[in-house]
Ligand binder design. Structure first.
Ligand SMILES: [Zn+2]
Length: 119
C-alpha cells in the first residue's frame, strides 16, 4: 500500500491516438498509464504498469470518470487554461480505477475468509 501511495503522482496520459475501447469497441478519450504493484503467489512484490482508457460509452456511470468526461464535453480538448483541472480530475479518475482493482482483491480476500469460516 505504501508503494502505491509513493507512486500516486506518476501518471502518464495520452489524449491523442488513444486505443479503441476493449469493452465496446468505440473510440476512447484518454489513455492513462500508472504504476501498480501487487503480491505474487510467493509473497514477492511485483511492479508493473497498468493502463486504463476513458470511454464515453462505458465509463459515464463512474462519478470520477463522468467528471473527466464532462470536461471534454465542455471544452472539447485539453487547453493550457484547463490543464490543472484536467490533471486533478485525471488523478481522481485513475485513483478510482485503482481502487476498483483493490476492491476486487479485497472481495476475493473476504470470500476466502468466508470460505474458511473466519467471517
Ligand atoms: Zn467502451
Amino acid at each position: 500500500m505504501t508503494r502505491e501511495e509513493q507512486d500516486e503522482e506518476s501518471i502518464l496520459f495520452k489524449v491523442e491516438e488513444t486505443p479503441l475501447c476493449a469493452r465496446c469497441g468505440e473510440g476512447t478519450l484518454v489513455l492513462a498509464q500508472y504504476r501498480h504493484s501487487w503480491m505474487n503467489g510467493r509473497g514477492e512484490d511485483v511492479a508493473g504498469l497498468k493502463e486504463a482508457v476513458l470511454c464515453p460509452s462505458c465509463d459515464h456511470k463512474e462519478p470520477a470518470a463522468a467528471e473527466l468526461l464532462a470536461l471534454f464535453v465542455a471544452d472539447g480538448q485539453v487547453m493550457p487554461e484547463n490543464v490543472a483541472t484536467f490533471g486533478g480530475l485525471l488523478a481522481a479518475w485513475v485513483e478510482s480505477v485503482r481502487h476498483r482493482t483493490v476492491d476486487e482483491a479485497l472481495l476475493a480476500n473476504e470470500y476466502e475468509q468466508w470460505q474458511r469460516g473466519d467471517l
